[in-house]
Write a protein that binds this ligand. Structure first.
Ligand SMILES: NC(=O)c1ccc[n+]([C@@H]2O[C@H](COP(=O)([O-])OP(=O)(O)OC[C@H]3O[C@@H](n4cnc5c(N)ncnc54)[C@H](OP(=O)(O)O)[C@@H]3O)[C@@H](O)[C@H]2O)c1
Length: 260
């Protein structure tokens, strides 16, 4: 039977831009994409210089070309500075992973400030939207590309107590993932999202506690929390030719805790 594309995890890609690559899922995605054959990286980080420098050294030792950019994406100036750094770099991008994101802090309705709300929405929604706006023209000019956004199980459940606006921000990510398909699929660009459940990493070291994590574990049929590498592997799959007809999907990775 004739096939139009190779039915495997091959790539028509050389260059990846990943936000939030200094640790966790973003760093694992950079390593996994390098193993899959990506050779040029533009990697963003915010506060963890040690993490991003170690990752850059590792990728360079493997023969990759790596450019780094620092920016706090919870504020408009940081979003503007990352976009300016990307334009100054000036390379066409095949893969964009809008990964940078955080809870920013747990707060109940009565405790919310406007600044807290804006920080969550800037980091999780606005930065991903405007990075996509900045990068898409180079994909359109090349006739193709892949964008993977980070949503969350919180988008489906409303999040834990104090994480409501974080959950809303991740629902916005899942929604604009679908909306963008209508604009970008005709240009050869695939847009999808991954939606992790609870990944056992720095995110939860910072914002959860053993009681919260144990409660999640009790409700997870797979009997364990997720890890960075399995989210990264799904990102690699979505960017590969094996996923060539997948558009606008949000892939849930949660050990069966929440089944769509
Ligand atoms: N961990 C989970 O269970 C889970 C579940 C669902 C979705 N997610 C999503 O997965 C993505 C990656 O998170 P992770 O689990 O890998 O967490 P992580 O290990 O804590 O990494 C978060 C990354 O985002 C960056 N970041 C955080 N605040 C930032 C800010 N103000 N400005 C710019 N960058 C910022 C961090 O940069 P620095 O460290 O350099 O500051 C880091 O590179 C996020 O979008 C998160 O919402 C995570």
């Amino acid at each position: 039977m004739a096939q139009t594309e190779p039915n495997n995890l091959s790539f028509n890609a050389q260059t990846a831009l990943i936000t939030g690559a200094s640790r966790g899922i973003g760093a694992a995605a950079a390593r996994a994409l390098a193993r899959a054959g990506i050779t040029r990286f533009f990697l963003h980080y915010n506060s963890f210089g040690e993490g991003i420098n170690a990752l850059a050294a590792e990728l360079r030792a493997a023969g990759c070309d790596v450019t780094l950019a620092q920016a706090d994406l919870s504020v408009q100036e940081g979003i503007d500075s990352l976009i300016a750094a990307y334009h100054a770099w000036g390379q066409p991008v095949d893969i964009l992973v809008n990964n940078a994101g955080h809870l920013v802090g747990r707060a109940k309705l009565a405790e919310y400030t406007s600044a807290h709300y804006d920080a969550i929405m800037n980091l999780n929604v606005k930065s991903a939207w405007f990075m996509t706006q900045a990068v898409a023209p180079s994909m359109i000019a090349k006739g193709g590309g892949c964008i993977v956004n980070l949503s969350s199980i919180a988008a489906r459940t409303g999040g834990g107590v104090g994480a409501t606006i974080y959950a809303a921000s991740k629902a916005a990510v899942a929604a604009f993932t679908k909306g963008l398909v209508k604009e970008l699929a005709p240009q050869g660009i695939r847009v999808n999202a991954v939606s992790p459940g609870t990944v056992d990493n720095y995110f939860h070291e910072k914002y959860s506690n053993p009681q919260i994590l144990n409660a999640v574990l009790q409700q997870t049929p797979a009997g364990r929390l997720g890890d960075n590498e399995e989210v990264a592997d799904t990102i690699v799959f979505l960017c590969s030719n094996a996923a060539r007809y997948i558009h606008g999907q949000t892939i849930e990775l949660n050990g069966g805790m929440f089944m769509v």
